[in-house]
Write a protein that binds this ligand. Structure first.
Ligand SMILES: *Cc1c(COP(=O)(O)O)cnc(C)c1O
Length: 230
């Protein structure tokens, strides 16, 4: 089932790239494996997946320990400062930096462990109360403060769009994130790249690609519905 799902998603990615006149290599698919057992991750791995996304530190670390070492792990969920130390030397990219305090903690732990950590700034483009992320109008100011910290490098922006039945409804938010990245990029801030846009999930990744996504985070579309313990 995972193989079929992956082929379908990969074909959709290709199709969206073609429609947008983008190269397929500009978009990386992250298999969001949260709540799923290692056996299913291994199935995806054996189909060629090397980028996995998790939203909980403990789960990411547990899977990191047992999965092959050529995997790139993406921390896509809200990150608590006291847990930063467990993942700074394990993740390829932290997508969810939305405060100076969190960035300072990442910087501190990165220096301790002698690693460089790549991060994205999470922006709450739709302004939903339930979502983490910095406000669009506060993003540049936050980036300027984080840019001077050691051991941490801003590579771009991330957003979690609202849950919608009609993917088109989220196009505006993806376009806004892209524009924000373009605007900030023009400022040429030292130690800041705006090359990476992490946006789009199972319900809307094709629209996100059309609007410039470089990472799409797809869980359900690859692994099926998640069951949360009640
Ligand atoms: C769970 C999650 C996803 C994947 O969601 P699906 O709708 O299952 O594709 C993507 N991004 C984040 C931040 C998530 O927490």
């Amino acid at each position: 089932m995972i193989r079929e799902n992956l082929i379908k998603v990969q074909n959709n990615v290709k199709e969206a790239c073609e429609k947008a006149g983008r190269r397929n290599t500009e978009v990386t698919l992250i298999a969001v494996s949260k709540t799923k057992p290692v056996s299913m991750l291994m199935e995806a791995y054996n189909c060629g997946c090397r980028e996995f996304g998790e939203n909980k530190v403990q789960e990411l670390v547990d899977k990191y320990e047992v999965m092959p070492k050529d995997i790139k792990w993406h921390m896509i969920g809200h990150l608590q400062r006291n847990k930063v130390k467990y993942i700074v030397d394990k993740v390829a990219l932290i997508h969810s930096v939305d405060s100076l305090k969190l960035a300072e903690e990442i910087s501190k732990e990165a220096s301790k462990k002698q690693v460089q950590v790549s991060v994205l700034i999470e922006v709450n483009v739709a302004g939903e109360d339930t979502k983490f992320g910095v406000k669009p109008e506060e993003t540049e100011a936050l980036i300027r403060k984080i840019a001077v910290l050691e051991g941490i490098h801003i590579e771009g922006l991330m957003t979690i769009a609202p849950y919608v039945d009609v993917p088109e409804e989220n196009r505006q938010y993806f376009a806004t994130l892209k524009q924000l990245a373009v605007d900030i990029n023009r400022k040429n801030i030292d130690n800041v790249n705006m090359n990476v846009l992490s946006m789009g999930m199972t319900g809307d990744y094709m629209v996100a690609i059309e609007e410039g996504a470089s990472y799409v985070r797809v869980g359900t579309g690859i692994f099926g519905e998640r069951q949360y313990p009640v």
